[in-house]
Design a protein around this ligand. Sequence first.
Ligand code: ADP
Ligand code: MG
Length: 609
Amino acid sequence: MPDIIHLLPDNIANQIAAGEVIQRPASAVKELLENAVDAGADDIRLMIQDAGKALVQVIDNGKGMSDTDARMAFERHATSKISQIDDLFRIRTMGFRGEALASIAAVAQVTLKTKRAEDSNGTMLEIENSKVTLQEPVATNNGTSIAMKNLFFNVPARRNFLKSNAAELRHIVDEFTRVAMAFPHIFFSLSSNGQEVFHLEKGSLKQRIVQLLGNHYNARLVSVQEQTDYMNITGFVGKPETAKKTRGDQYFFVNSRFIKSAYLNHSVMQAFQDLVPKDSFPMYALFIDLDPEQLDINVHPTKQEIKFEDEKIVYAFVQSAVKHALAQFSITPTLDFDLDVDIQRLDSVSKPVTDESRHIASSSSLYQGFTKKHQAHFIEPSKEMGHWKDFFEPASKQASSADQYRLPIHEKKEASAEGIRPDTDFYQVQESYIIVPTHDGYRLVQQQLAHERILYERFSQAVAGKPMATQQSLFPVTMEMAPADAVILGELLPDLQHAGYLLEPFGKNSFIVQGTPADVETGNEKAAIEKIIEQYKHFSSDLRFSKREKLIRSLAWQHAIKEGTRLTQKEMHRLVEDLFHCETPNTSPNGRPTYLSFRKQDLDKMFGK
Ligand code: ADP
Ligand code: MG
């Protein structure tokens, strides 16, 4: 028998190793942006095509590379940032492992152009499958441009693993946000398919946060700042009222590097205790600076997790700094949260949505067509609600589709409306439950879950082609979204329209609300849409659901009456009636029971009778 062990060819070894560093277009975005920061650039432009699947390109005005360095840069373990093991404990750069460019070159087609200020000519390099296919002198600007094309063109299995453009784009925006937030003194832009999505002028951290996360944080940020010999913390937390349903806007940076730390997150949440509701997440962007000797950043290939020499001190420090900041804010609410002069001069700030955009809004076709009718509210007829008496006819169709959900804890056959007594009063308990008397006992209906079920089925039908009733707005409002949310909203427009939300894209990150479902109060359109997006993000890591399914669930959740809402007799009857008209009345969309049944004979048994 021949020997069977052999060395892998370099390009295959590189492809395998690349898997750790480059998982998706967003990983390349992170690495290329960090390289540009390390190169001392103060102007960094990111361009992507097809959510990064076709192209990720970063152009910087940093220090550039010599011809030899340009070639070396793509070798595995080639780095200019450390040379001995001790250097690991003095790291001040973003990169140091010397793997990113080698990894990218192993799984994509790369074009590099680079030039140092002291050289008269630059270098151009083309690489594919870890092999240089072209190197020649080129006239180019000082700095570096790296274009990564057709990611995973040579690893089809991994290419197939990439998600929808909306999902990949979201990862890219996340990475971009993390780097751009850490370096507010650097200009950053992001263009997607030729359209500029972010244009971030140099400025203060506060300005950068508002540019990135949206104007609603404007004047709602509390400064956090504590300095000690051991470590410093600076940054901002959102005022409690800006807390959201999803944990999106939470950022920790250690020595300018974005990190994920459940432990430190916990310390901030502790500081916010009692100031925000339990299930909501305050915004924070906190920067911890400490001696690199106190850190091990080398524990994770993409360096998002790090080890602190003394975690407990850091925990306590973060918590007390945030508490201190919040305390100051509540005793001195007039603290100066004004924007710096620089940002006040920015167009997006100095020209708020109102004047200019309202003018354009009012000249849009939908608006014109509508106002000509001189109608304040135009409500299209909605599907007639089923009648109370139908309700007593045995429900025959419901049970079958229940199987797709986790089965409720009670028997399926009890899901029928049979047996409910039409003539009786219902009772509301704890503003959360409805007691519904039946012939042989009672049912306990959970109002929020029941309503979610009703709306879930209604929105499902709407999206499948029976549009919901829409009320058109007399004065269409313009809403400006955080850029990342605008990307998501853009994707959802057609389905939202079926669900009764008429939105028109309107310039960068803005939308005009032309109409909302009939049950959304006017004046609340923006809040309602923001909540839907938040809930959508909440679901978005859930791979089981399609985009449409996530949207339907978000809508149902958003519109459902919540616990703590007092209901009239009429409302309770309507809710119960609607519930038992559902295909699957016995579970909420998430598979929780919407009601429990109690029979007198069982109750009797419990009382030993
Ligand atoms: P690392 O950043 O860990 O050193 P990389 O593979 O990302 O490893 O980059 C390898 C080397 O290429 C860097 O150490 C740096 O010297 C050089 N380099 C990469 N990107 C740039 C850039 N945009 N400008 C100048 N030099 C760069
Ligand atoms: Mg690097």
